[in-house]
Design a protein around this ligand. Structure first.
Ligand code: TYD
Length: 213
């Protein structure tokens, strides 16, 4: 069985979380071993880094360095071994979040982010392999004011969620730019619809690639 790496992206409040669990259940019912994970996080070390990124004040470069450090540990200890074993890895956020939040939201230099991406996701030197990227990225696209309304009803905001809609508009533009660079990997899901319609779009994207009957 070929390993599969699927990531879920979108601004805070776009509603990706429930669909991750539903897709995991769908793959398990089809007989696949599934690992559900998240970024920043997914290993004990990366979860410690997550607590720092989400709750300590710092500049965008420090954020980027910490999320990529967490990502490195997550790749080495969880994602790569799972993919080698032929598992399905469903991950709540990955590098597109860094390009969207630190790049789009905070205006960080994309060249610097691209360098970090190559360091962290690159193959061992001399092997001639490719960067590790998701096989599919589901981008839950929701207008920032709607996302803010959903969040306000739900919970206390963390550092990122407390930002204004201008920030999230830049994050959304960051996602759009990222999708333009690699359209084959991305599927944009219109997240402004009812949950059942959003789920149907998620299922169709995965079925369309022949990964589920
Ligand atoms: P999120 O994954 O949405 O978790 P929760 O639903 O528990 O709040 O929150 C993680 C936050 O971290 C989110 O606001 C985006 C931010 N983030 C970055 O800024 N850069 C990154 O590279 C990643 C992975 C996340």
């Amino acid at each position: 069985m070929q390993g599969l790496f699927i990531t879920f992206e979108g601004i805070d409040g776009a509603g990706k979380s429930t669909h991750i669990e539903a897709l995991a259940a769908r793959f398990r019912a089809a007989g696949r071993a599934v690992q559900v994970s998240r970024e920043p996080g997914g290993t004990p070390l990366a979860e410690q880094l997550r607590a720092l990124v989400l709750h300590a004040d710092m500049d965008a470069l420090s954020e980027a360095l910490l999320v990529f450090a967490a990502r490195r540990d997550h790749l080495m200890c969880t994602i790569e071994p799972a993919l080698r074993a032929g598992d399905v890895v469903l991950c709540d956020r990955f590098t597109d979040s860094t390009f969207a939040y630190q790049g789009g939201g905070h205006g960080m230099d994309r060249e610097v982010l691209g360098t970090l991406e190559r360091w962290v996701q690159g193959p061992p030197a001399g092997t001639g392999g490719q960067l590790r990227q998701p096989d599919l990225t589901l981008w839950f696209d929701l207008p920032p004011d709607q996302a803010a309304e959903r969040l306000a009803a739900a919970r206390e905001p963390d550092r990122f969620e407390a930002r204004d809609t201008g920030f999230f508009r830049r994050v959304a533009a960051g996602y759009a730019a990222r999708m333009q660079q690699d359209p084959g990997r991305f599927c944009r899901v219109d997240a402004a619809r009812e949950r059942s319609a959003v789920w149907a779009a998620v299922e169709a994207a995965v079925q369309g690639r022949g990964w589920l009957a």
